[in-house]
Design a protein around this ligand. Structure first.
Ligand code: GCU
Length: 447
């Protein structure tokens, strides 16, 4: 349509043009399906086909998950952590530089890069109520983290954070920030994952600490067709990702950092003693958050599995190819897909031991459940081996990693160092590891 002068002037006065211009800058419309966006990313990368993942549901499937240790690549050759890109040995004084090299690799190849102009978050307290939790007087404060969406009003992102404080605390207290699953009404967790015994909030409050809970899906939806929404979509103004941009794990870690901003601003919380906790996909996000934000003083990553603490170079339970599929690729950078075809696991310039090492020298508790109780998919031994392989970095920085202990499945633990490993006898849950983690954190926070 051609506009006459008069129409144009009227449109300007009514503000119609700025809206139209905004529409062009921030296209709305139906998001691509996960399959279509996955295919689009493969085309961008020039990939025709990816190797299929393992089937964790059907042991008779031709691609059934492998749980035979002898066939798992039991002695993987891992990229060295303490040799830099020039081939030089890394001393304690060089760790900062080596750390940056590793971060650059995780940024580009694994989790993706955060764009430079991510809009700011404005935290607002929306309610405060007194409560009693396990007999402890408490104060529950609800926050909304409103992300500035003036550049793209069609995409709203509001971070969902709750902070439960012990009401009778004197002075600022340590806090644990949990990344929590929020289930749709009427949906229940599978049995092995249902919390048993006291809630995490009750356990943390019993130590005299505060417990914060962030809902990661309020930062970024947990699905491929959500990539043009959430913080990733907003920062991209509704457009699809480029191949090196962040996936959901990096976005959830970014959200955890924004939650930490809010906790640091709360006078009742000691911002220098905030730990972060999560299970499964959020156990992966805990490791990413610890790696990228050194303000987190301690971490508790449970049953993180593939894409988290478990070695990529093992064929046990879930594999890299599962992460590259249309059901999970949104957690990762687009570039990561290349390692599921044409490249292979051994082409990865880093492995999970490098991710764990990026927490050093801070206290990190790496937990899993047991294979025969429903936690086989995460490859508990693969997580143990990664923690062992990361341990020299703690030693280099004057702390202790996980000692050279024998792996024996359930009951394998070393809690004496600043990097701890503990495999409990339950399933896919952090429940039976909570008290051990809190003892561990309490000891380190007292130092
Ligand atoms: C799936 C997925 C895992 C993930 C888990 C979870 O099992 O394959 O990688 O950790 O879901 O988050 O519950």
């Amino acid at each position: 349509m051609r506009m006459g002068r008069g129409v144009l002037a009227a449109a300007l006065m009514l503000g119609a043009l700025p809206a139209a211009a905004q529409e062009a800058a921030c296209p709305a419309g139906e998001p691509l399906s996960a399959e279509a966006d996955h295919r689009r990313m493969m085309d961008t990368l020039g990939i025709e086909a990816l190797r299929p993942g393992r089937n964790g549901m059907d042991p008779d499937a031709p691609n059934a998950a492998n749980y035979d240790e002898a066939a798992s690549n039991p002695y993987p050759r891992l990229p060295p952590l303490l040799v830099d890109e020039e081939g030089e040995a890394v001393g304690a004084e060089d760790w900062g530089k080596r750390r940056e090299e590793l971060i650059a690799l995780f940024d580009r190849e694994i989790y993706g890069r955060v764009p430079e102009d991510v809009p700011p978050v404005h935290w607002v307290v929306i309610s405060e109520e007194a409560a009693e939790i396990g007999g402890i007087p408490a104060l529950i404060r609800t926050y909304e983290g409103r992300v500035d969406n003036s550049a793209c009003p069609g995409i709203e992102v509001t971070l969902d954070l709750t902070l439960t404080l012990p009401a009778e605390a004197e002075g600022p207290v340590p806090a644990v920030l949990s990344l929590v699953f929020r289930l749709p009404p009427g949906v229940e967790l599978p049995e092995g994952m249902r919390p048993q015994g006291p809630s995490a909030t009750e356990r943390v409050l019993s130590r005299g600490w505060a417990h914060a809970e962030l809902v990661p899906t309020s930062v970024q939806p947990d699905r491929g067709d959500g990539l043009s929404r959430g913080i990733i979509g907003l920062a991209n103004r509704g457009r699809p990702r480029t191949q090196d941009q962040w996936g959901a794990l990096r976005a959830w870690a970014w959200g955890a950092s924004r939650a930490l901003d809010a906790l640091e601003a709360a006078p009742a919380v000691d911002g220098d003693r905030v730990a972060i906790e999560g299970l499964s996909r959020y156990g992966k996000a805990v490791l990413v958050a610890m790696a990228y934000d050194t303000r987190f003083a301690a971490g508790f990553s449970g049953s993180s599995g593939e894409g988290g603490g478990s070695l990529y170079r093992r064929d046990n339970g879930e594999t890299l190819e599962n992460l590259a599929s249309s059901g999970e690729y949104h957690w990762m950078a687009g570039n990561f897909l290349r390692y599921a075809g044409p490249l292979g696991w051994d082409d990865l310039p880093v492995d999970a031991h490098g991710l764990i090492a990026l927490s050093a020298p801070r206290p990190l508790f790496v937990g899993t459940g047991s294979a025969d109780q429903g936690d086989a998919w995460v490859d508990p031994r693969g997580i143990f081996l990664a923690a062992r392989a990361a341990s020299p970095v703690w030693t280099l920085l004057g702390e202790e990693g996980v000692a050279d202990i024998l792996y024996k499945g359930a009951g394998t633990e070393d809690l004496g160092g600043t990097l701890a490993f503990r495999q409990h006898g339950g399933g896919h849950t952090n429940g039976p590891n909570w008290e051990a983690f809190l003892d561990f954190a309490e000891r380190h926070f007292a130092d």
